[in-house]
Design a protein around this ligand. Structure first.
Ligand code: NAD
Ligand code: IPM
Ligand code: MN
Length: 344
């Protein structure tokens, strides 16, 4: 069956890293039916459009989406992030935002004394609710009496489906441990609902070890003892923040991959690096495309092509292991090297 792939390069380094991911997909998924979508700041400035309804309808017909990054200093903050990226995550019900982190052989962690292989965790970040829901508003804008509210939407259904996914993933991993991260000492409404859902789901998985941590403590342990984690399940905003920390301790944001997954397959799932458009290095050919390439491994897993996914991970692992610490990467050279390894 031909795979229909939508490619959204986006802004900044997005198109640069996606081009390298495409090189890899061309090797492991020959004959893929890829369509490039021109979305992001350039289109907005040209046409005023962020994500036309017709494009959304077309994207819905694809099997999978590969995205680079969105967001540009020329745009008011949030227009593309909300209007494009979050719009896709919400419309296509990407309720699992999957973010694995592992310390690859050859990568240098900023943490002293952590050996490759010792950190191997996956964060299941709830992807459609919480403070991201967009509810709230501003009154008396621009006056000293200005008030802004940002509401967090949490449903038992939403929490439970993310939690159940985390337990299923833990069952397939050797350590079989799930950590719920929230802030139920303060967020006594949503936090306790998450804890109740967690306890109920945990009862169905007696083989899985469980623990609960407040998010502030988890942020600390991710730096002092990241080895302790296997699967973390958490809400949308906590997951956003914790996965940048998890990336930082495992070799950097340039290696952090993610999948926005709709497990029901009712809609296309979307794969993208955890990082953003990195305007500070855009256009220089120095962005690390490893995160985008590793995101294609998650895409391949989603398509049921786990063997190809492991091959892509191994090829990236070998390329990373051959790097000289401190030496800047060259975007195209990384893609070429990984694709060449896979073609052998
Ligand atoms: P960022 O991830 O773009 O950059 C943070 C830092 O990491 C920068 O110093 C950047 O140079 C570095 N970096 C990021 N990716 C890298 C890579 N592949 N190789 C080497 N270095 C890399 O985060 P930011 O600066 O907070 O945000 C910039 C823009 O991107 C904003 O508009 C933001 O909203 C957007 N953003 C988009 C996404 C997304 O599309 N998924 C994710 C995060 C941020
Ligand atoms: C990410 C990004 C996005 C998020 C933004 C750009 C909407 O930071 O993918 O981690 O907060 O989810
Ligand atoms: Mn983020």
């Amino acid at each position: 069956m031909t795979v229909r792939l939508a490619v959204i390069g986006g802004d900044g380094i997005g198109p640069e890293v996606v081009a390298e991911a495409r090189k890899v997909l061309d090797v492991v998924l020959p004959g893929v039916d890829a369509t490039e979508y021109d979305l992001g700041a350039a289109r907005y400035h040209r046409t005023g459009e962020v994500l036309p309804e017709s494009v959304l309808q077309e994207l819905a017909q694809q099997d999978v989406i590969l995205l680079g990054a969105v967001g540009d200093p020329s745009m008011p903050s949030g227009v593309l992030e909300r209007g494009l990226l979050l719009k896709l995550r919400f419309t296509f019900d990407h309720y699992i935002n999957l973010r694995p982190s592992k310390l690859w052989e050859g990568t240098v962690s900023p943490l002293a004394g952590v050996a490759p292989g010792e950190i191997d965790m996956v964060v299941v970040r709830e992807g459609t609710e919480g403070l991201y829901c967009g509810a709230g508003g501003v009154v008396r804008q621009g006056t000293p009496a200005e008030v802004a509210t940002e509401e967090s939407l949490n449903t038992r259904y939403g929490a439970e489906r993310a939690i159940r996914d985390a337990f299923e993933r833990a069952m397939a991993r050797p350590r079989r441990k799930v950590t719920l991260v929230h802030k139920n000492n303060v967020l006594v409404n949503a936090g306790h609902m998450w804890s109740r859902a967690f306890a109920d789901v945990a009862a169905e998985y007696p083989e899985v070890e469980t623990e609960y941590q407040h998010v502030d403590a988890a942020a600390m342990y991710l730096v002092t003892n990241p080895q302790r984690y296997d699967v973390i399940v958490t809400d949308n905003l906590f997951g956003d923040i914790l996965t940048d920390i998890a990336a930082a301790v495992t070799g950097g944001i340039g290696l952090a991959a993610s999948g926005n997954i709709n497990p029901t397959r009712e809609y296309p799932s979307m794969f993208e690096p955890v990082h953003g458009s990195a305007p500070d290095i855009a256009g220089q050919g120095v962005a690390d495309p490893a995160a985008a390439i590793l995101s294609t491994a998650l895409l391949l897993d989603h398509l049921g092509r786990s063997e190809d996914a492991r091959r892509v991970e191994a090829a990236v692992g070998a390329e990373v292991a051959g790097r000289t610490p401190g030496e800047p990467v060259k975007t195209a050279a990384v893609g070429d090297a990984v694709a060449a390894r896979l073609a052998d």
